[in-house]
Design a protein around this ligand. Sequence first.
Ligand SMILES: C[S@@+](CC[C@H](N)C(=O)[O-])C[C@H]1O[C@@H](n2cnc3c(N)ncnc32)[C@H](O)[C@@H]1O
Length: 391
Amino acid sequence: MKLRVRVEKVAHGGVFVARHEGRVIFVSGAIDGELVDVEVSEDSGKFLRADVVEVLEESEHRQKHFWPAAIAGAGGAEFGHIKLSHQRTLKSQVLSEALQRMAGIEAEVEVQSCPSDLDGDGLHYRTRVQLNVDQSGTAGPFKPRTNQAVFTKTLPLAVQEIEELGLQLKNFNGVKRISIASSSTGDLQWMVDDKVNGSERLVERVGGRTFRLSSGAFWQVHKDAAGLLTAAVAKACGELGFDPTRPNLDLYAGAGLFSATLSNSYPGAQFTAVENSKQAVSDGSKSARDLTNLKFVKSDVLQYLRHLDTKPGHFDTVVLDPPRSGAANKVIEQVVKLGARNLIYVACDPVALARDLKNLVEAGYQLRGLESFDIFPHTHHFEAVAALSLG
Ligand SMILES: C[S@@+](CC[C@H](N)C(=O)[O-])C[C@H]1O[C@@H](n2cnc3c(N)ncnc32)[C@H](O)[C@@H]1O
């Protein structure tokens, strides 16, 4: 079904809101203010989903998409038709609206560009890339909602080293997935299903620390992100009046990006890093051997907090950096019970952040600072760092 609609505003998830006969339509490929013809792809009963087929009145923020594969349907660059500065305005609107609607918090937060994208085009930033391989052996991004990979000569969001490796040009019949990683110290590794090629380990250097990562380990994707987020967390500690003599927690710690850099800066403070990936705990512990004030615990965060036997107020600062779904109610309930003076919440989903902030604010925490970073240009994703303290 084809419809002609006026696009109203951006929504969470990289789509835009329009209406038809009182029903909401989530439109992909649009920009706020445009008049567009759309093809409906889904009718959920409550709302419709649709894709732009023709732009009749074009936004001043529209640009030609930089990636032919995206025009052919590849996912992963859903904001590439929007000028970079407006992408950031839209992300800022999504964050403000989520905070206002879900947590009753009024905040205008600028989504800051990464240093290397400041005057640039927001391309060649991804240090981690996954190519899906379809039945024909084509290795590329999947078309959303299909199992068909789109052939692409270029990988414009990937760092140059990954694009030049050229794996996207080869046929990988019989393979399911290719994961490519390039480290800040020049390592290049690619996994064809589980087989590791290139560098055996990825050595990352950030905040005065060295992290040695095994294949497939989590690491921040944008080449600037680890440094930027580490600095933002350190800055939040400073602004919250971090006590450099007391115990602290780093929840969802990965290889200890935040706790290792903070332990290094504050040798009198103790940090416990909690993480459920065995590999991340092993990488983190080995990389932090010299830090006597940091220990890793391999555990699910909720289980760890439920079994913790500390008095309220035992911890000074709790840093949490959960996956996209956020910490959610049960973990937040346990975090509240800890009664830590300060919380630093690193979030990659504004709606999950707003939901969790609502509960934290109701439990007596106050939002003292909020920064946001565009660490995924040309997608709808971005990161936020919230600093809270009790009372
Ligand atoms: C967004 S990453 C952050 C990692 C780290 N802070 C960093 O920036 O490198 C989230 C981490 O949480 C871990 N994780 C996910 N669910 C978990 C859970 N229920 N309990 C403990 N760790 C979890 C993942 O393995 C991953 O390492």
